[in-house]
Design a protein around this ligand. Sequence first.
Ligand code: 4NP
Length: 157
Amino acid sequence: MKFCSVLFVCLGNICRSPTAQAVFEKRIAEHGLEDLFKIDSCGTGSWHIGKMPDSRAIEAAEKRGYSLRHIRGRKMQTKDFDNFDYFIAMDRENLKEIERLLPENFCGNVALFSSFIKDSKLVDVPDPYYGGERGFDEVIDLIELGVSGFLKSTLSD
Ligand code: 4NP
């Protein structure tokens, strides 16, 4: 397998994409594959640049053994298209924004996160920001499934 760089993209970069980043980082470390992956996350919005992830996301992740505390909010930039092979959007709005900025010569992959969740009818990973705490746990369930599917698909390439 060749080196693979992955950018998870959501709206605020404080709930879903940092959670996906942390879950994927842990899975990669468990498999001893750190040298094969670069992993990062960003938002399409600029509200939370430089901020810690949402405290509810941090807590929900820590209950499941993941740390988000090293992650700071950042906004997607056009130079990200030079630095990442995979852009993985948490929902269709994020996907639209990636496609809006996509350079014509980009030869990487752009995908919806849900496309890596086997047998799922789900299209968008729901945004837990305005919901209750249960939303954050459900997001982690979905993210664990999608991260497994994504890892399988990249390892079989
Ligand atoms: P995320 O959730 O996209 O999963 O990080 C959100 C966080 C903040 C906002 C929206 C969504 N916001 O509007 O501030």
